[in-house]
Write a new protein. Sequence first.
Length: 94
Amino acid sequence: MRSETTGPILVIGSAGGLGRRVCAEVARQCGPDSLVLGDHRPDRAASQAQGHPGAGVRRADLRDTACLENALVPPISAVIVCPRQERPEVQRLC
């Protein structure tokens, strides 16, 4: 998977049940330096990132378009969205 990306992979909803599993798989396949954990509570993502040394953390609140735009600033090369969204904001911004 690493060769297919040019930058890190942002996992939005990283602290949820599915998000934690996705983060573990991204770190396993691509290395923790290819992982950026995104959550509307960055303290929660930062705590989780301790299990993936080298991983980044970004605030990613699906209810705040400006926050999402900031989370998607390059060099993010891929986004995996794990939580249920009320509106497809991430898809619209990508």
